[in-house]
Design a protein around this ligand. Structure first.
Ligand code: NAD
Length: 483
């Protein structure tokens, strides 16, 4: 039987085939033990009418090999095409997006020469579930879903990653000063799990100041773990400030399948010119080699690549007059890396990857069931009478009273407008109306059904409901601003 590891390879679009050819040539010359299953993805597949951008046999291939080395693709103009990355992430449960952002100063220009950080972004939850609704003429919503197991998995992955790669600190970023329940769950889970890793320093930053610090003092960060949307934004900020947008690789890791790629796109403007920099995809491939247990080869390639940069052999995108010695095309650059296999950089710190190939211990603990009690309901209504006076709405809705359920509050875009709202509050046509028992005791689903019937009979268009629960007596919903 072959000792070679079979991987799925896609050459992609634009400069994809050029940089993939260069990358595979370097991998082969370095002695990577690989064989390839080549699949078709991208523009031509989309244009055949396959909305995922991947031929059905691509899924079979990934199921078999579990490792995907992917060149960038071109997303066709116009609607109806699903993001191939999102499809792969969600179909194969690739819950962790790992993006190292490192400075290669002075060979790559950056204001922050000491930076070497890794962003670990949750990849499956948050606003990216894409659950959106237009509810009224004026108001749309996107649902942000955060789960305890999802948070635990990505946070544990971040700590295990820090341990495996000799990193010293993990910083969590959330916005839990505002989203106390959803982001609060992520932050609390971080605090719990960090106790299992006493050797690693921990820190939490609110995402806004955290982003500002990445832009201003990126060298103070080591590993950062965060939610999907924040991670998407900060990974571009970090790549930009370290100068690694053109050089960075990224991994999307799941329990079984993992996908490795460059950060950049298919660069249609330079396609076919033989000048594309293969470094981003090569760095993705280096992450892949460590992942599949070939860290020695990864190290050899990474060191030869850094030596090539140090020797001033640069593709056009990173060429600097006075510093670069040669402007190389894609193939020439790849050959320069191949010639340097076995050498180490003299100025930059040589790469050193953990040779321990034991898989990371990422598990999810069973959720401890709390006593869940239904203690009220928020009924959202579309109401657009002239004047939009909350007092008028409140008095009408007070007539709805299902076995003791009473209107306690109305908010508009989260701000309390009834009872005793501020005259100045601007109101849209979207109203959240809270009903509870007088003594805030448990209510029944039958009461909610009766309430909705009465609300409808009063002539209102109810657009959705949210049940109000407590868990072991702890309120599981937010209070309104001004409540
Ligand atoms: P891009 O990253 O392709 O290009 C931005 C600029 O960077 C261009 O000037 C390009 O020439 C340059 N550049 C990018 N990679 C380079 C390299 N390796 N060497 C030298 N120069 C390089 O971004 P874009 O132009 O916004 O997007 C082009 C296409 O790529 C779009 O269809 C987009 O949807 C797609 N895209 C795909 C992925 C992916 O497959 N993961 C990611 C981003 C964008």
């Amino acid at each position: 039987m072959s000792s070679k590891r079979k991987i799925t390879v896609a050459y992609g679009d634009g400069i994809g085939p050029e940089i993939m050819k260069a990358t595979l040539a370097i991998l082969e010359a370095a002695g990577a033990q690989l064989e390839y299953d080549v699949i078709e993805i991208g523009e031509q597949v989309y244009l055949k009418g396959i909305s995922s951008g991947m031929e059905p046999n691509a899924f079979e291939s990934l199921r078999e090999t579990k490792i995907f080395l992917k060149a960038p693709i071109t997303t066709p103009q116009g609607g109806g095409f699903k993001s191939l990355n999102v499809t792969t992430r969600t179909s194969f449960g690739l819950y962790a997006n790992v993006r190292p952002c490192k400075s290669f100063s002075p060979f790559i220009h950056t204001h922050f020469p000491e930076t070497d950080l890794v962003i670990i972004r949750e990849n499956e939850e948050d606003l990216y579930a894409g659950i959106e609704h237009r509810q009224t003429q004026e108001v749309c919503q996107s649902l942000k879903l955060i789960s305890k197991p999802g948070s635990e998995k990505i946070i544990r992955y971040a700590f295990e990653y820090a341990k495996k790669y000799g990193r010293k600190k993990v910083t969590c970023m959330t916005k839990d000063n505002i989203m106390k329940i959803a982001d609060g769950l992520f932050h609390r889970t971080f605090d719990e799990i960090s106790k299992e890793y006493p050797e690693i320093k921990v820190d939490h930053k609110i995402i806004d100041i955290g982003t500002a610090l990445i832009a201003d003092r990126p060298e103070t960060f080591d590993v950062i773990v965060t939610l999907n949307l924040y991670g998407d934004i900060i990974s571009d900020v970090a790549a930009q400030v370290t100068g690694s947008v053109g050089l960075g690789g990224s991994a999307n890791v799941g329990e079984e399948v993992a996908m490795f790629e460059a950060i950049h796109g298919s660069a249609p403007d330079i396609t076919g010119m033989g000048i594309a920099n293969p470094s981003g995809l090569l760095n993705g491939a280096i992450m892949m080699l460590v992942h599949i247990g070939q860290p020695e080869i990864a190290e050899k390639i990474s060191n030869a690549w850094m030596k090539t940069l140090e020797d001033g052999i640069h593709t056009g995108d990173i060429y600097q007059e006075g510093l670069s010695t040669k402007k190389a095309g894609t193939e020439e650059f790849a050959n320069a890396v191949i010639e340097r296999l076995g050498q180490v950089p003299s100025t930059m710190v040589p790469a050193s990857f953990d040779k321990d190939t034991t898989p990371m211990n990422v598990f999810v603990s069973p959720v401890v069931k709390a006593k869940k009690e239904l203690i009220g309901v928020d009924v959202f209504v579309d109401w657009d009478e002239p004047g939009r006076n909350p007092q008028v709405l409140g008095e009408k809705l007070r007539q709805a009273n299902a076995d003791g359920l009473q209107l306690t509050l109305i908010t508009n875009r989260g701000i309390k407008v009834f009872p005793d709202g501020m005259r100045e509050s601007f109101c849209t046509d979207h109203w959240r109306c809270r009903f509870q028992n007088a003594e805030q005791s448990t209510i029944s689903h039958a009461q909610i059904r009766e309430l909705l019937k009465q609300v409808e009979e009063l002539g209102f268009d109810f657009i959705k409901t949210e049940n109000l629960y407590s868990f072991d007596g702890v309120r599981g919903y937010s209070l309104a601003q001004g409540e």
